[in-house]
Design a protein around this ligand. Structure first.
Ligand code: HEC
Length: 216
């Protein structure tokens, strides 16, 4: 085989190395966050003039782009006028019965049990005595012989059979589930209104079953 001229071999080597640079630069650019807009070849309708949140808009007298809802109006599907259903309150008192939209039957209680087991039992325990797995583990960490592990702090989940909680009206339980109480977070954003009522009804059922005296 005839020997290739040296100059050709070296030129090919150099060209080969140089050819690697553009792909590396591209890969690097794709992987590095940049404040600049990416190169956008087809614009279509991707960038349209608009007002973003918290900016000024000279069109309105108050100069704000964000508009407050018109007074006395409610968005579609956002009228929370039924205080019983949405706040657990009837005539300024905690409701003692379920709202009209939720019927007290086996199906509701089963749904409540299932949701309770998912959302509440981790802390309050399946029967509501405040002995859920998370609570037990936290208590272990807090009461370690050499002090709380990693500075763990924990407020024990309350037993739902405590004197103070046992006699609460179902509307008050609904309110606690919705907004939380003291150290407990609220579940209004995660659990639908109907399901919160189902859980409240189930908690009442738990209380009735666990706290039944010999006479009942
Ligand atoms: C992450 C743990 C945790 C979860 C999950 C949790 N709770 Fe609690 N709950 C607590 C703690 C802690 C307290 C006591 C708060 C305090 O006293 O500061 C409490 C208190 C309560 C009380 C007593 C309210 C009162 O008036 O004293 C009720 C009722 C209650 N929870 C119901 C529920 C229900 C129903 C769920 C499920 C939707 C739930 N909790 C989920 C931790 C939890």
């Amino acid at each position: 085989m005839p020997k290739l001229p040296r100059i050709l071999v070296y030129s090919l080597l150099v060209a080969g190395c140089l050819a690697l640079i553009p792909p590396v630069v591209f890969a690097r650019m794709r992987a590095t966050p940049s404040p600049n807009r990416p190169i956008h070849i087809f614009w279509d309708m991707d960038f349209q003039p608009k007002f973003k949140t918290q900016v000024a808009n000279p069109l309105f007298a108050d100069g704000r782009a964000m508009r407050a809802p018109v007074q006395g109006t409610a968005g579609r599907g956002e009228a929370y006028a039924d205080a019983h259903l949405y706040e657990g309150v009837v005539d300024g008192q905690w409701a003692t019965a379920l709202p009209a939209a939720v019927t007290m039957d086996a199906e509701t209680l089963e749904r409540g049990q299932q949701r309770f087991n998912i959302y509440c039992s981790a802390c309050h325990g399946y029967a509501g005595f405040g002995d859920g797995a998370v609570n037990q583990r936290a208590m272990e960490l807090v009461s370690n012989a050499t002090g709380p592990v990693n500075g763990t702090q924990w407020v024990a989940a309350k037993s739902l059979h405590d004197e103070t909680t046992r006699n609460q009206p179902v509307g008050q339980l609904f309110n606690t589930i919705t907004h939380g109480i003291r150290n407990m977070a609220g579940y209004g954003a995660q659990i639908s209104t109907e399901d919160r009522w189902a859980i409240a009804a189930y908690v009442k059922a738990l209380q009735l079953s666990q706290d039944a005296g010999a006479a009942n």
